[in-house]
Design a protein around this ligand. Structure first.
Ligand code: NAP
Ligand code: GDD
Length: 330
């Protein structure tokens, strides 16, 4: 019989890739969609017709209980969240409700419906929980034992989700795992995140639709990988006999300036500086200056390794945005 998976955050970047992967593996895929007029419903119905959509919201426990009852899942992937760090500074309470307490709601929905012994659970934890400060940052990158020091309402909410997942593992014997994922990007990345914001702008500049891009702090460094590689790691975590926590990262870190250099190079521009203006609107009250992950455990235990490198990622994203913009009218 086909395995059944329930994904929260099906309309997001990782939801797209994970649904595709699980469908290829023969799973019956259920996805939670929220809101009465979610425009992404049509996109999923057209592009991923194999996904069975269930209306629910991470803040509405009754809807989650109904979703778990309907899907009867063997595996639950909790990807749903307010995931934009900048947004979380202006919207800390809703971030706490969705990104933090939403995790508890899903875990409880599984327990209430008697699924704690049968359903395996994946929590989308994040490198934002580390904070990038000198005192807790090992030279070879953060690993599963590094100290947490979140620097945003998003990071703090995620830390709650991380610990409540571990608590349900320890308290109720749930097969509940946390993937501590470093930044991962691709053509399905939301437009407000810095990589996609850049590749979208580069495509428009190339086609003469825009003459510059406004960004915030260009100095932070990130460990950027490809989202398609990372969902494979999520799945592998839930195939282990025992639950656990795993870092997924590339082990390399790059500045936003380096991303800009490669992206502009794709359209034949060597010096991006004339095309970039800094706007304080995009600065954060507290910044994570550097993120670098050490994926040694995932490589050893899960046999996982990223496939797409930094340059390949930038190329893929610029090409995708040029294709999209070329098809659109001005
Ligand atoms: P994303 O594209 O921003 O997707 C977030 C998803 O959460 C969307 O489907 C959104 O649905 C859903 N959602 C938001 N509020 C909800 C609510 N109240 N009820 C139900 N669903 C809700 O994020 P992503 O990049 O795919 O990331 C997936 C997960 O991994 C997130 O939890 C993120 O925090 C975490 N993570 C991401 C990265 C990364 O670099 N991408 C790294 C580490 C961890 P709507 O369409 O309705 O808004
Ligand atoms: N979004 C954005 N927009 N970021 C900018 C901009 C801008 O105009 N200009 C500079 N930045 C900087 C941010 O200050 C940050 O240092 C860096 O670019 C990356 O920002 P994002 O792309 O928004 O990602 P993030 O690192 O804050 O968070 C992402 O990765 C986390 C994992 O480390 C998100 O996907 C989180 O959900 C995820 O947990």
């Amino acid at each position: 019989m086909a395995k059944r998976a329930l994904i929260t955050g099906i309309t997001g970047q990782d939801g797209y890739h994970l649904a595709e992967l699980l469908n290829e593996k023969g799973y019956e895929v259920y996805g939670i969609i929220r809101g009465q007029e979610n425009p992404k419903r049509l996109v999923i119905e057209q592009e991923q017709p194999y996904v069975k959509l269930i209306e629910a919201d991470l803040t509405d426990m009754t809807s989650l209980v109904r979703a778990v009852k309907t899907a009867q899942p063997d595996e639950v992937y909790n990807l749903g969240a307010i995931s934009n760090v900048g947004f979380s500074f202006n919207n800390p309470q809703v971030t706490a409700d969705i990104t933090g307490k939403g995790v508890l709601n899903v875990l409880e929905a599984i327990r209430i419906t008697g699924g704690e012994k049968t359903a395996r659970f994946y929590q989308a934890s994040t490198s934002e929980m580390f904070g990038g400060l000198d005192y807790n940052r090992p030279g070879d990158g953060y690993d599963e034992n590094s100290l947490f020091h979140p620097r945003s309402p998003y990071g703090v909410a995620k830390l709650y989700g991380h610990w409540i997942t571990k608590n349900y593992r320890e308290s109720y014997g749930m097969h509940a795992s946390c993937g501590i994922l470093f930044n991962h990007e691709g053509p399905h990345r939301g437009i407000s995140f810095v990589t996609r914001k850049i590749t979208d702008a580069v495509a428009r500049i190339h086609l003469g639709k825009q003459d510059h891009i406004e960004l915030g702090n260009l100095d932070p460094k990130r460990d950027w990988g490809y989202a398609g590689d990372y969902v494979e790691g999520m799945w592998r975590m839930l195939q282990q006999d025992k639950p656990g926590d795993y870092i997924l990262a590339t082990g390399e870190t790059h500045t936003i300036g380096e991303f800009l250099t490669l992206a502009f190079k794709e359209i034949g521009i060597d010096d991006w500086k004339p095309y970039v203006k800094q706007n304080p609107l995009y600065m954060r009250p507290a910044e994570v200056d550097i993120l670098l992950g050490n994926p040694a455990k995932a490589e050893k235990v899960l046999g996982w390794k990223r496939q797409v490198d930094f340059e390949g990622l930038v190329k893929m994203m610029v090409k995708n945005d040029i294709d999209i913009q070329s098809k659109l009218a001005n």
